[in-house]
Design a protein around this ligand. Sequence first.
Ligand code: PHE
Length: 453
Amino acid sequence: MENRGNFTSRLGLILATAGSAVGLGNIWRFPVETGQNGGAAFILVYLLCVLLLGIPMMTAEFVIGRHTNTDIATAYQRLAPHQPWYITGYAGMLCVTMILSYYSVVAGWILKYTLDALSGTMAFITDSSAYFATFKQSPYLPVVFALLFILLTHMVIRRGVQNGIERFSKLLMPVLLLLMIALAAGSMTLPGAKDGVSFLFNPDFSKISSAVVLNALGQAFFSLSIAIGCLSTYASYFKPDVNLLKTSVSVVSLDTCVAILGGFIIFPAVFSDNNVSPDAGPGLVFETLPSIFRSLFGEGAFAGYVFSLMFFTLLSLAALTSTISMHEEVTTFFVDRFDMRRGKAASIMTFTSMVLASFCAMSFGPLKDVHIIGGFTVFETFDFLTAKLIMPLSGIVLSVFVGWRLKRQLVLDELTNNGSIRIPRIVTAAFLFILRWLAPIAIAAIFVNELLY
Ligand code: PHE
């Protein structure tokens, strides 16, 4: 078998894992969901999900990955031979393939905006809603950009874990963070920004319904890349001395900060622009960002040019560190399971997601009237099946598996690195309690409640 590789530094592995978590989920999906689910009340539920369920479940996935050092399906099989748990591993791979496909469409839109920023056209877009609508409906351009994005992902994956994934993330994540802080500060100076901030901070509790809670849960899982095998795949590259619990606290904190920053960039701008409403849906970011740059710097200004170019470039790269983690999960599976060459394994995943992505990309244009489930287009179906169905269900299985099925000692050994790290008893007790009781019951309740009523 090929050498599987390892992340070589602590910072590198945190940033690579945070790279998987931080992406369009934070800067595109989070504002869209927040806007459609009533603002601050949604954010509160989201934070609860992230804190109570996110950290323990991410750690649980790390336990599986680092203990077995292999792909997610084999990992479940090795830990529970001849039992059907491994089906979750396959469901996870199906899920990331679907996410990669529709995510690349949005990433492709970002890529297009990056080129617009580069060529200077962005500074002159006066009606960003109309501009976005024309672009996303065009029959082939969004497909081309989505495919291009998958090809970029393919190129990094081919280079392997250290030279590709780790090196890349270490460079990128800090710059992204700084730029986002600057942009949020800028966005808050726009006229009318106050209303945006109060939309983010003043919860209206009457808005919390079971649908809002399921959406918040789905968003938390999506944003943290939880329960479908990406994290366990990355953890299979962790060295034995990595502190799993600390790593998840760092990754979850980073991810949450970036999501909130995303809100601070988008909503002040939304409320200062009369043409855009907070519940505009997937186009929200694409309609507001160009107008933020225009209002902040003026039409055609050089500072606006530099800023927008940097921002969209970084956003593309943040999306790339996430698509890499999705791609890697399935590529690793082919390499580990079938002893396939990395290049060949990667090509299979690339080809499959390219085909699916083409349908997703067209579901805003030529295929916009093709509905799969309910009134959902292909794109919306993929989003629904992954974030609202497979991720929560896999989340239940993951918690039950690590909480009940794995030997307690094995879990404790992974948490403490065989006794070399001291973890207060109360922390391990809380960790096990959440995995055994709170997570499965809460997720199941939210899920059933939303499905039945
Ligand atoms: N967490 C990523 C983001 O927020 C998306 C993602 C989902 C990545 C699932 C991997 C697996 O953009």
